[in-house]
Design a protein around this ligand. Structure first.
Ligand code: XCC
Length: 663
């Protein structure tokens, strides 16, 4: 079998890859290998299937066709393919936003009968003020109903401006106006973008990239931001919370339910149902000691941030978790859910249940979420898991012992409190630390796993290289889970990994050097932190002047491309690996890596490896520091990102084994 070390940096994953081979199960890594060599035209973005004269392929060596049947050249084809990916990624996030706005509307109209309630009144009122909803002498439900209606109408806003986008610094918005990319409603932006990629419409690759940025902005400062806000209203604003991550969170003697996907609408209900006394009694009758809920991917992040529920793993863990034989039921909704799951689950007794009206799986069981009684659906799912538990074969259960402690739950709203305490709450302490050079800058490291690189290896290499250089790291998505599994979300990680300045700051306020701020829609929280830094003063007039950057070290999904593009359009330097399929066009690559900076203030770095990404990010932070005339930083030795890889994995493995439960 292929060496598991080349497939994952995570010891739990490596162990399960051996187990997969014993079980004769195919995983995403095997299927990816089966596809090699991957299509070279596709990799370069040079295959066009936009119309039905083709598919047309441009010869990258210049010997055969240089244009498609319609005359589209490599640059247009690459830009069109990228724009379509952005449209799909932005659609996924923003449709999630629409879904939770619907739930808010239901909660407002139906009250507790809808199954959902307003749990964060302060945020509801703050949003009402921002959105111009009258709240004086009105009930919570009336305010929530008007807010939901206003938010829903934003998705189809024909002219803009998007209300949440008004949070962006005025200078940034002026740049968008000047470029003609100030975002309107996401529905309009996506329809227009797709229209422009239709055969025979937009022929200018750069104009198309700008349109893609506009759609991405409508997601980042619109659909995604609304999703985060509404989820905080419905399910509560996160607070710093302890939990654990990795496959070792599965419990041998309990009914294990994994929630996987993205929207917390059902998973929050499942967490509640798992605490119902009658269901716990049922579990005990079946011989279990209780019901254990753990998450995969961004659903994991949602219930971790608000409920402290444990995280079983990130994207590439979804099949491995099923192969443990300890998962009784996995319930999925939308996005990043592999169609292979029912086949992999068939190795054991595990049930796969789909719930979203937008995502069906022919071989899985279906339990559609009842919007009028979601708790009932959740209870039925817990019951089905208990029933499956009684069919579990303990002799075939194999749970890796690796799990790691973590602290998550940071947000733009609660960070001022954690940074400044009760008496100095605000962003000033962070700005002072940056100005004095104790913190070199702040970098958001986000995004997926991909079988194209050893799982988590890029995330860990980059995050550790940045920490060693006194960079405060904020994370979301599967990237945050990678750091969690390796102990970087523990406050003690500052002593183990951070440079002296960052160590000092973390020790003074008791935070980890890596702050987990949520799921991928919660990248909006990172934008909000940046906005707050600008608003506090002393760090420039827009995001492009701050000593900040972003990175997606193991990008896989179209959502990651949309996020990267809205970060760049918002003025943020963004290291993105593996690069999207743009290598076939020098024009597209040059625009995204160079020319766009003059327009938005941000740009991409498509780094080949994490050493190049880390060096590029550090050089960018230093250039911004210099422009702001901040204190020069004490010299720290740069340790190559790739050199840190083996060192840290060993330490994390040791730590996780120390904390492993009795088998
Ligand atoms: Fe999906 Fe959000 Fe990527 Fe993870 S990080 S693989 S998109 S779950 Ni968003």
């Amino acid at each position: 079998m292929p060496n598991p070390q080349n497939r994952s940096a995570d010891p739990a994953a490596r162990e399960m890859l051996v187990r997969a081979a014993e079980l004769g199960a195919k995983t995403v890594w095997d299927r990816h290998d089966d596809l090699k060599p991957l299509c070279g035209f596709g990799e370069l973005g040079l295959c066009c299937d936009v119309c039905y004269m083709g598919p047309c392929r441009i010869d990258p060596f210049g010997e055969r066709a240089q244009v498609g049947a319609c005359g589209a050249d490599a640059h247009l084809i690459v830009a069109r393919n990228l724009a379509r990916a952005v449209a799909c990624g932005a659609a996924a996030h923003s449709d999630h936003g629409r879904e939770v706005v619907e739930v808010l509307r239901g909660a407002a109209e139906g009250g507790s009968a809808s199954g959902y309630a307003i749990s964060n009144l302060a945020k509801l009122m703050a949003l009402a003020a921002e959105w111009g909803v009258e709240s004086a002498n009105r009930s919570q439900r009336q305010v929530a109903a008007d807010l939901a209606a206003r938010m829903a109408s934003q998705f189809g806003s024909q002219e803009g401006p998007l209300i949440p986008a008004l949070r962006a610094p005025a200078d940034q918005r002026r740049r968008w106006e000047k470029m003609g990319i100030a975002p309107r409603g996401i529905d309009r932006e996506i329809v227009e973008l797709l229209h422009r990629t239709h055969h025979g419409v937009e022929s200018d690759p750069v104009a198309l990239l700008r349109a893609a940025m506009r759609a991405a902005l409508a997601d980042g400062w619109g659909g995604s931001m609304i999703a985060t806000d509404v989820q905080d209203v419905l399910f509560g604003g996160p607070q710093a919370i302890r939990s654990q991550a990795n496959l070792g969170v599965l419990e041998e003697r309990k009914v294990n339910i994994l929630v996987h996907g993205h929207e917390p609408v059902l998973s929050e209900m499942i967490v509640a149902a798992s605490r119902d006394q009658d269901l716990l009694a049922l579990a005990r009758q079946a011989g279990a000691e209780g019901v254990n809920i753990a998450g995969i991917c961004c659903t994991a992040n949602e219930i971790l941030m608000r409920q402290g529920m444990p995280v079983a793993g990130n994207y590439l863990h979804q099949e491995l978790a099923l192969l443990t034989g300890a998962v009784d039921l996995m319930v999925v909704d939308v996005q990043c859910v592999m169609p292979s799951l029912p086949q992999v689950a068939a190795c054991h007794h595990t049930k796969i249940v789909t719930t979203s009206s937008k995502a069906h799986m022919p071989a899985a069981e279906r339990m559609t979420l009842d919007p009028h009684d979601p708790k009932q659906t959740a209870r039925a799912i817990v019951k089905a898991a208990i029933e499956a538990f009684s069919r579990r074969d303990p002799a075939r259960v194999h749970i890796p012992r690796h799990k790691m402690d973590l602290v998550a739950g940071f947000t733009n709203e609660n960070l001022p409190h954690y940074l400044g305490g009760r008496f100095r709450a605000g962003y000033r302490p962070l700005i002072d630390a940056v100005a004095a050079g104790r913190i070199r800058g702040v970098v958001g490291v986000v995004g997926c796993n991909t079988p194209r690189v050893a799982q988590d290896s890029h995330h860990l290499a980059l995050v550790r290289a940045l920490l060693a250089q006194d960079v405060l790291v904020v994370q979301t998505g599967c990237s945050a889970i990678a750091s969690a599994k390796f102990g970087l979300l523990r406050p003690e990680a500052a002593l183990e990994y951070a440079g002296p300045g960052l160590q000092e700051v973390c020790a003074a306020v008791g935070i980890p050097p890596v702050l987990h701020v949520g799921s991928c829609v919660d990248n909006s929280r990172i934008l909000s932190v940046c906005v707050a830094l600008v608003a506090e003063g002393g760090m420039g007039a827009d995001l492009s002047e701050l000593p900040i950057a972003a990175a997606a070290p193991e990008a896989m999904s179209e959502k990651a491309i949309a996020i990267g593009l809205y970060a760049v359009a918002s003025g943020i330097f963004t290291a993105f690996t593996p690069a999207p399929r743009i290598a076939g066009s020098s024009v597209v690559r040059k625009y995204l890596e160079e020319d766009v900076e003059k327009e938005t203030g941000g740009k991409f770095l498509f780094a080949a490896d994490m050493d190049a990404a880390a060096k590029g990010i550090l050089a960018h932070l230093d250039a911004k520091r210099q422009a702001l005339k901040l204190a020069p930083r004490p010299l720290t030795t740069y340790i190559p990102a790739t050199g840190l890889k083996s060192l840290g994995c060993g330490q994390a493995q040791k730590h996780s084994q120390e904390r492993a439960p009795e088998a």
